[in-house]
Design a protein around this ligand. Structure first.
Ligand code: SAH
Length: 203
């Protein structure tokens, strides 16, 4: 599959973490899009997944996995699971992923795609991800795939373990949208603003 190979070699220029590159190579993105869009699965662009939502641009998903850097023993929360593709990549990098998706139909489809990909360490739940999942907290890593306005939701930051990281798109008051990386260490939270991005809004 030419497009897939071209995509994988192009990704090497943007992401250097070998574990992330191996995860992208192992998860077939075509399982996470509708059959009529399968031929575009390795174009580096977001694609519609129904309900007005999109599967994120794959290089951006890989970049976020690299920034979040989940370890093999980590417990991860994925907010805005959508197609389930991002959750599937995270699952290859950690112990277990809990995915939260507001749209119940998308959540059900994501669970099917993840199972078809042969991935067993993902639990997808339908619900409001902005509230996190207090019953399973604390998380070693939290991934957010829908843009919060103003700041990262406090409830999510509260569910970070010491040593834990969170990555989320945030729309600032001036309308600019960037990835924000949050780290909890013993002294508290450190927030760093990174790449300019565009995501659907967190509802
Ligand atoms: N990570 C996804 C990208 C999905 S786009 C992928 O790999 O395909 C963002 C998703 O966030 C959408 O599916 C949308 O329904 C969901 N979403 C928006 N607000 C949400 C909320 N408050 N809780 C849970 N999911 C939410």
């Amino acid at each position: 599959m030419m497009r897939r190979e071209r995509f994988l070699s192009g990704l090497r220029g943007r992401v250097s973490d070998e574990r992330v590159l191996a995860a992208v190579a192992a998860v077939p993105r075509e399982l996470f899009v509708a059959p009529e869009l399968e031929r575009y699965a390795y174009d580096d662009q977001p694609l519609p997944i129904g309900g007005g939502q999109t599967i994120s641009q794959p290089t951006l998903v890989a970049r976020m996995c690299e920034l979040l850097a989940p370890g093999p023993d980590d417990l991860v929360l994925d907010v805005g699971t959508g197609s389930g593709y991002h959750a599937a990549l995270l699952a290859r990098l950690c112990r277990h992923v809990y995915g939260l998706e507001l749209d119940a139909e998308l959540a059900a489809r994501a669970a099917r795609s993840v199972a078809l990909a042969g991935i067993e360490n993902v639990t997808i739940l339908s619900g409001d991800g902005a509230a996190g999942l207090p019953a399973q907290a604390p998380f070693d890593a939290i991934n957010v795939a829908a843009a919060a306005s103003g700041a990262v939701p406090e409830q999510l930051e509260r569910q970070l373990a010491v040593g834990g990281r969170l990555i989320a798109p945030v729309v600032a008051d001036d309308g600019g949208e960037h990835l924000v990386l949050v780290r909890r260490d013993a002294g508290g939270l450190q927030r760093t603003t990174l790449d300019a991005v565009r995501f659907v809004p967190l509802r």
